[in-house]
Ligand binder design. Sequence first.
Ligand SMILES: [Zn+2]
Length: 270
Amino acid sequence: MAEVPEVETIVRDLRAAVVGRMIARAEVLLAAAVRFPSVDEFTALLTERVVLESNRRAKYILLPLSGDLLLAVHFALWGTLALVPTEQPRLPETLIIWHLDQDQDLRLIDKLGYARAAVGEPDTLAERLDLDSLGPEALDPDFSVDVLARQLARRRGVLKSVLLNQRVLAGLGNRDTDESLWLAGIDPRRAAASLTLDEITRLHAGIKKMLEEGIALRGTQRDLFGVKGQAVHRRHIFEKTREPCPRCGTPIAYIRIGGRNTFYCPNCQH
Ligand SMILES: [Zn+2]
């Protein structure tokens, strides 16, 4: 599942292997994969552009290009990017191909077909993707217990839903939220504003641990070069309904919160 550890792994690989290189041309295999502009404009804008940087904001990959353009890629649930030789056969789930120099392709692949890309001037793209309203990044060095406390205090609603709201905190997906709450021993159904400072401190540590370990292990999916990451998708409780809690042995419970699958231990998360 493509959450921040998986996206960040690809962003770092792009920085190492694609920044400084030329996109000769783009080829769109699934029109719906281009969020904006039109497919014709998308391919016209992406002809002979140099990739200048590789950055991430929440789950967006942001690639500044020559000619004052910004290319955004979003993996949705299961998308990824692969850097492969041009002659390598295309998987049927390939959505977009950026033909690079040196006979290599950068391919956007998603078995569900939900991954999306968009290109435009940086300001236009930020406005259309609403990038400026995203909350603080959970991986930013400035993300402190105080920042988390402030973000939670002003929100009404269920803790899990508030944590998934990227305007409150950018960087937590469904899996990483459930695992962070388990690490912290906090019930996902709590009211966000009800947490004590001690609980917020534990939650902050849990979030940092989940994300930093996930990145150190290079996520749960394949990286840009096809090498499988070593992080575990079903780590302690996620998608482990009725299996024993690794901490107390109580069967893991499954509920829906805000329409999202949620897993937690009914005994040791309060
Ligand atoms: Zn437990």
